[in-house]
Design a protein around this ligand. Structure first.
Ligand SMILES: N[C@@H](CCC(=O)N[C@@H](CS)C(=O)NCC(=O)O)C(=O)O
Length: 349
């Protein structure tokens, strides 16, 4: 069955791709499956090691939040990982990077099969991140806003020793406020600019993006992390947009007032995170560029993928440690990337 990826429904809202750019402004779809995996299992999905599989595209900023938080919290052995091909076809996300084009654990070729196992003939768009129940093959949740918060607060029994508290209770009000502005104007703002179908809509989004980035840059000029003294969920959410900024949002999405590398504060901040174990080791610049430039045909009909930007600067010293702050507080950084999950050298700086 053909999925409504680029031609209609919620996925069109996300992709803009071949949609023909109707006059409706870009609107992000809301998550359809919002069950939660919790310590007490109140939605029927209890936290359990080895039971669930996280399905991501390394191209996707929303899925990348889950990739980073799983690494920082040391949930890799508790929640296994499936990585999709960065290019969807008309059946959406597919497991063509795996032998026989099939996810070796779920035994399926398309993520849509897990959606259909949960709700037969599910008519909506298929999105990542998704968490699938391995024993039944059913999708549990694709609620990208909640997945990482639950990793941080519900999966604590399975966190590694030394895992950071990514959503500390005493900082939640401040974090929610900071993350709200960043979501509206940065995480989603770049999409509003990129998928705008009218000049005015694009210009408003462009202004929102840079107004918020200027505020964030000011905030980060004398503090190492967004909220508190340590890395939190707020940093993860900003990171996943910033790390894509020069590679895809600046050109492809026309957010081109300035590059990230031209803002000394934000460029140093994002390099600091990139060089922190658990962040940069999840990033695949090849998947990112191929996905955006080849899938959104409406924006880039030739599907040519740019060779730049030069990524060698990502590993340059950032000097942010001079601002103080302790990345993991009283905890420790995560260990090495598990075997089989490494990003290929060609896709790294
Ligand atoms: N719109 C998604 C949020 C996550 C998202 O937008 N993921 C994108 C990839 S970055 C996706 O899978 N879009 C559907 C598609 O590409 O077919 C949701 O409602 O949960």
């Amino acid at each position: 069955m053909s999925r409504p990826t680029d031609s209609d429904g919620s996925a069109r809202d996300e992709q803009g791709g071949n949609a023909g750019y109707g006059k409706k402004p870009f609107k992000r779809s809301t998550s359809h499956f919002a069950d939660r995996i919790t310590a007490d299992g109140r939605d029927g999905w209890p936290v359990e090691a080895g039971r669930y599989r996280l399905v991501v595209s390394r191209a996707c900023p929303w899925a990348s939040r889950a990739l980073v938080s799983r690494r920082l919290l040391g949930l890799e052995s508790a929640v296994s990982l499936a990585v999709t091909d960065p290019i969807q076809d008309d059946r959406s996300w597919r497991f063509t990077l795996d032998p026989d084009d099939r996810d070796p654990v779920l035994g399926i070729r398309f993520l849509s099969e897990a959606y259909d196992a949960r709700e037969k003939d599910y008519p909506g768009g298929v999105s990542v991140p998704a968490i699938v129940d391995v024993p039944t093959g059913e999708l549990v949740t694709n609620d990208y806003q909640q997945i990482t918060l639950d990793f941080a607060t519900e999966w604590t029994a399975l966190h590694r020793p030394g895992a950071p508290d990514l959503y500390p209770e005493r900082l939640r009000d401040e974090m929610d406020e900071v993350m709200g502005g960043i979501y509206r104007n940065v995480n989603n703002g770049v999409y509003r600019a990129g998928f705008a179908s009218e000049q005015k809509e694009y210009e408003a989004a462009y202004r929102d993006v840079f107004r918020q980035l200027d505020l964030v840059s000011e905030r980060l000029s004398d503090r190492r992390y967004l909220v508190g003294e340590t890395i939190t969920e707020a940093d993860i959410r900003l990171f996943t947009t910033l790390v894509r900024f020069d590679a895809v949002y600046h050109g492809h999405f026309k957010c081109n007032r300035s590059k990230l590398t031209e803002d000394p504060v934000l460029w140093a901040y994002v390099r600091d995170l990139f060089q922190t174990p658990g962040f940069g080791d999840t990033v695949d610049f090849d998947h990112i560029k191929r996905h955006y430039y080849q899938v959104h045909e409406g924006i880039n009909p030739t599907k040519i993928v740019p060779l730049g930007p030069d990524t060698s600067g990502w590993l340059a010293p950032h000097h942010r440690e001079e601002l103080g702050g302790r990345p993991f507080g009283d905890g420790t950084p995560p260990g090495p990337v598990p075997a089989g999950e490494e990003v290929p050298a060609a896709a790294r700086p």
